[in-house]
Design a protein around this ligand. Structure first.
Ligand SMILES: [Zn+2]
Length: 391
């Protein structure tokens, strides 16, 4: 049996008045996801345990079957693994976003989705300001800083404070001063850097501040194979997911042109997934674009991202699975909702659909938040899903 998780990051949403009370999943044309729901069985999954922030880290760990209560130490250490940055005992990894702050307001948590190349140049300029210079450039605005301290600061994800005054949201708590000092020290260097001057001249958002958050020490997780007896692969453009994959002992597959954005290489991801399944039992295929559109509050782009996921990932994966000779099961879901109305993640249970060999169909006629409420699986803990699928 082959197992596939198709994860559309942040696809779930709330009813939107401009869509006559439909959600983007309902408004989008998604024949393949609907077919999967119709021929399979739906339900609602709780991906964020009480007391945890509704981040992609916590939610995706849950979907993979890792209890966040046991294994979650923070987002940045997961991303460190993906970036090949080794963490020793005592190391604390931080996500270091490039952000745009205008008049004291968080106007863009991604500095206009700055390119990785531009980001690398800025990171080089900032390195000398950091203790031990352990500052690493990541994909686009997502960088990493490793310190020997900072675990006891309370930090706020920048995408949670879009369009808000940053002052009340700077790091707080015991280790906050050090972090705020580093964030402030970066500002003058960024302000006069040629990369930013050029961005401003081109009408783009400058990366005029760094934002530290998501910190933690390295986690200790059992491998996916130890949990389920399955060998698998992770396909994602996003470091967070690749890092979870590494700690889980999955093969992390590089797909050229996978960007974490709406222009990602969908065909390359599908091809890599189907190829991996020739030798492995399990693939986790993650697409980031619906979440990014949600964070930006762009309804039409979110609908488009969902439709692209449906046409260019869900459809071809099902088709590819049908062409091969082995039995298979697919789990389709978002990790969390990223409602357009709030531009950030919510902790509501998310819809899921499971389809394939031996899975009895329920009454669902399509894939949506509403249909999933009446699904045959009912409300389940997301940490049980892969176990249910692989039973
Ligand atoms: Zn997410």
């Amino acid at each position: 049996m082959k197992y596939v998780v198709l994860l559309g990051d942040g696809m779930a949403d709330l009813p939107i008045p401009a869509l006559q009370g439909k959600t983007p999943l309902q408004a989008a044309s998604t024949p393949n996801m609907d077919l999967l729901a119709k021929q399979g069985r739906c339900g609602l999954a709780r991906t964020v345990p009480d007391g945890f922030p509704p981040g992609s880290d916590v939610a995706n760990l849950s979907v993979m079957g890792y209890l966040p209560q046991k294994y979650y130490t923070g987002r940045a250490p997961l991303e460190a693994a993906a970036m090949g940055v080794h963490l020793d005992n005592g190391d604390i990894a931080f996500r270091c976003n490039f952000v745009t702050v205008e008049d004291g307001i968080m106007s863009d948590y991604s500095a206009g989705h700055i390119t990785s190349e531009e980001g690398r140049a800025l990171i080089e300029a900032l390195k000398p300001l950091m203790p031990e210079q352990r500052l690493y450039a990541g994909v686009s605005y997502r960088n990493l800083l490793v310190l020997k301290a900072g675990a006891r600061a309370v930090c706020t994800p920048p995408h949670d404070i879009s369009d808000q005054v940053i002052d009340g949201h700077l790091p707080r708590g015991q280790d906050a001063d050090l972090l705020i000092e580093l964030m402030q020290a970066a500002r003058p260097v960024l302000a006069k850097h040629p990369v930013n001057l050029k961005r401003i001249a081109e009408g783009k958002k400058p990366a005029n501040m760094i934002w530290l958050w998501g910190q933690g020490p390295r986690p200790a997780m059992p491998t996916f194979q130890e949990l389920y007896g399955l060998k698998g692969a992770m396909i994602s453009a996003v470091d967070l997911l690749r890092g979870i994959g590494k700690y889980a002992g999955l093969e992390v597959i590089e797909v050229p042109g996978a960007t974490g954005n709406i222009d990602t290489n969908y065909e390359g991801k599908v091809e890599a997934a189907l190829l991996a399944l020739k030798t492995l039992d399990f693939v986790y295929l993650h697409v980031e674009a619906p979440d990014e559109a949600g964070h930006e509050g762009k309804m039409d782009e979110k609908i488009k991202a969902i439709e692209l996921f449906d046409q260019r990932v869900v459809g071809p994966v099902i088709e590819g699975l049908r062409r091969q000779s082995e039995d298979w099961r697919v789990l389709l879901m978002p990790d969390h909702a990223t409602p357009i109305a709030i531009k950030t993640h919510s902790r509501d249970p998310v819809p899921f659909a499971m389809m394939g060999k031996g899975i009895e169909a329920d009454e669902s006629s399509g894939f949506s938040e509403e249909e999933a409420k009446r699904g045959g699986f009912g409300l389940v803990e997301a940490t049980k899903l892969v176990g249910m699928m692989a039973k």
